[in-house]
Design a binder for this molecule. Sequence first.
Ligand SMILES: [Zn+2]
Length: 140
Amino acid sequence: MPTGLGTASLTRSFHSYRPSFDELFDRIFNNFRQTSQPKSKPRENLNVVITLTPDQAFRGGQINVALLTELTCPSCSGQGWIGVYECWRCNGNGILSGEYPVIISFPSGISDNHVVRKPLDYYEIKNLYLTVHFRISEML
Ligand SMILES: [Zn+2]
């Protein structure tokens, strides 16, 4: 029976991944400013370490990784204004920030150092992979 492990928040468990939180935030933030990334630029990995118990690893399941990101406000297209009115949705900022859960599934019977890599295009992040490294330990 697969088990849901709840949410691993990148904003709260910032000790468990690299690059550092500031570095990551800059990179994601810049990603929204630079819409024309050179195509030849290789994707980089955002590495997250998730520790499972042997039982969880045996059963398999999925975990939500909460990704802090910013998106262009869809109501005002990033302008901050709708006509002469301040945008109600983003309060005139033109951007919306929030945590977006990325669901990472892992099969049953995975071994230590199992890696799951997921592109983040869906979240408007074009040049990053979310790379989850599963560790197995009794000590949680
Ligand atoms: Zn807006």
